[in-house]
Design a protein. Structure first.
Length: 71
């Protein structure tokens, strides 16, 4: 039952990624159709990709060292 749930969640995440991909593709093609490929490419080259600032550590989580088992 847990495996089925995991597989369903994975399919859902993959579908969401596919939706985001096609949404971006449609927006890109609409830009190209409206302004021409040169303007769109120049605009994309001028703006660096947005990278969200992630904290170095997540509050409330601690790092646990991995120690080989003595068993």
């Amino acid at each position: 039952m847990r495996l089925t749930l995991f597989q369903a969640e994975r399919r859902l995440l993959e579908a969401q990624m596919q939706v985001a991909y096609y949404r971006d593709m449609v927006a890109f093609l609409e830009d190209v159709a409206a302004r021409g490929v040169e303007d769109v490419v120049d605009k994309r080259r001028a703006t660096p990709p947005a990278m969200p600032e992630l904290p170095a550590r997540t509050p409330g989580l601690t790092t646990v060292p991995i120690v080989p088992s003595a068993a």
